[in-house]
Write a protein that binds this ligand. Sequence first.
Ligand code: SAM
Length: 206
Amino acid sequence: MVAELVKRGITDQRVLGAMLEIPRHIFVEEAMSAQAYSDGSLPIGEKQTISQPYIVAKMTQLLELSGREKVLELGTGSGYQAAVLATLADRVCTVERIRPLALKARKALDSLRLLNVNLKIGDGTEGWPEEAPFDAILVTAGAPHLPDCLVQQLAPGGRLVIPVGDRIDQRLLLVTKGMDGSVATEECDDCRFVRLIGKNGWNDEQ
Ligand code: SAM
């Protein structure tokens, strides 16, 4: 899997190292474990998916983590992305709206003794104001727009990666906040995520 990521252009050695270290099969259903190291997304129940390894690597690489950061992830899903972040940053706060997925993810993270992950069940489109500011924010579900509150919860010098687009196709945006508070946005890649549902995302019926 990691050799495939290198072929596809992932160059950050820390990201490749983390993805070599975290066993992805722990985060998928047993029946799918034979496919755990292929470069594809897989169903995890509740009509949700564990993201494709390439997109996990690409998004993580865009955050340029050094190991000292406090990171917010929205959309815990299986917990795999949170585990990768937890090996690359100081602390991870992750939010999942679907309780059974959050409980499963917590178990998987605990089995790897990733004690620097704080997991909350709720609507991540509001961020996590009590824990802000964050040095990095990663949104792993497709949003209709960039929620203002997430930019507000980003620390000066921070980086935010979010898929923004319609219900099917999105563009991966990298939002950077300067030390003076200025905000710049760059489009990085095409992607296809399940929807970010909540107050500042899609509504459930759309
Ligand atoms: N990062 C995940 C992983 O490593 O398995 C994959 C995330 S999956 C593509 C998207 C997840 O976002 C789903 O589990 C979904 O329930 C969750 N989600 C959607 N809207 C959300 C919201 N407002 N707050 C928190 N989680 C949300």
